[in-house]
Design a binder for this molecule. Structure first.
Ligand code: KIV
Ligand code: NA
Length: 270
């Protein structure tokens, strides 16, 4: 299993591969593909739980899904994504919630949507033995404050602030940094400046690694973000299977003889 130390040492050398998963069979598939990191993202809110955003996702939901993923994953590093307001309010509560992901759910690390309010918290968590993945640029938990899922770091001032926060989180002990929906040249510059690996999503080709949401990557999402690419058409495959099932039941071709068992002894009775 790649440890956070091994992930950290990949900066500037081998690309880091990361994808989300929210359940055991998906985690097994993702792992079979050789993924370094499985993120149990709070994107489960949209992708799996039917919410309109990630905001309603609870600590219990992330812990439950992280448990499913961690029980299935043998090789990949499992990172639990801390949901909206579960961290950064009170330190004791933040430590308790993050600690649950390791103690109870079996995660190897947590990810925090980062900002000025997570620098000290990151240091505290790392001191306590809870590895932290930082996340800057577009932080979807702030959608109401940002006014949409818009590209971040587009002005000189905003770009400088993201770079400063990236350095601060590296200094605080984060083992890696997700950069979401920022200009490719800013992501490349931050990647150059940091010793820890950057993992991009909508952040261009020059990060140390890439992350996508499972449903976007396999072609299951109805509304993938503009920066995602589907590497397959799982939606069509599944639809084909489901149409086949409904059609077979309706036409009476399933179950066939080979799917049925006749008990000879009952033949006289019925
Ligand atoms: O929740 C999530 O899936 C994420 C990734 C897109 C980085 O935060
Ligand atoms: Na997330």
């Amino acid at each position: 299993m790649p440890s956070v130390t091994e992930i950290r040492s990949k900066a500037g050398s081998e690309p880091v591969t990361m994808l989300t998963a929210y359940d055991a069979p998906t985690a097994r598939l993702v792992e079979e593909a050789g993924m370094d990191i499985i993120l149990v993202g709070d994107s489960m809110g949209n992708a799996a739980l039917g919410y309109e955003s990630t905001l309603p996702v609870t600590v219990d939901e992330v812990a439950s899904h992280t448990g499913a993923v961690a029980r299935a994953a043998e090789e990949a590093l499992v990172v639990a994504d801390m949901p909206f307001l579960s961290f950064g309010v009170e330190t004791a509560e933040s430590v308790h919630n993050c600690g649950r992901m390791l103690k109870e759910a079996g995660a190897d690390a947590v990810k925090l949507e980062s900002g000025p309010h997570t620098v000290d918290l990151t240091e505290r968590l790392v001191q306590l033995g809870i590895p932290v993945m930082a996340h800057l640029g577009l932080t979807p938990q702030r959608v109401n404050e940002l006014g949409g899922y818009t590209r971040q770091g587009t002005t000189e001032e905003d770009a400088a602030e993201i770079l400063d926060l990236a350095r601060a989180h590296e200094d605080a002990g984060a083992f890696s940094l997700v950069l979401e929906h920022v200009p490719a040249n800013l992501a490349a510059h931050i990647t150059d400046e940091l010793d820890i690996p950057t993992i991009g999503i909508g952040a261009g080709p020059d990060c140390d690694g890439q992350v996508l949401v499972f449903h976007d990557a396999v072609g299951l999402s109805e509304n993938p973000p503009p920066f995602a690419t589907a590497f397959g058409n799982a939606r069509e495959e599944l639809q084909h299977a489901l149409d086949g099932y409904v059609g077979a039941v309706e036409s009476g071709t399933f179950p066939a003889e080979e799917h049925s068992h006749v008990e000879e002894d009952l033949d006289e009775l019925y």
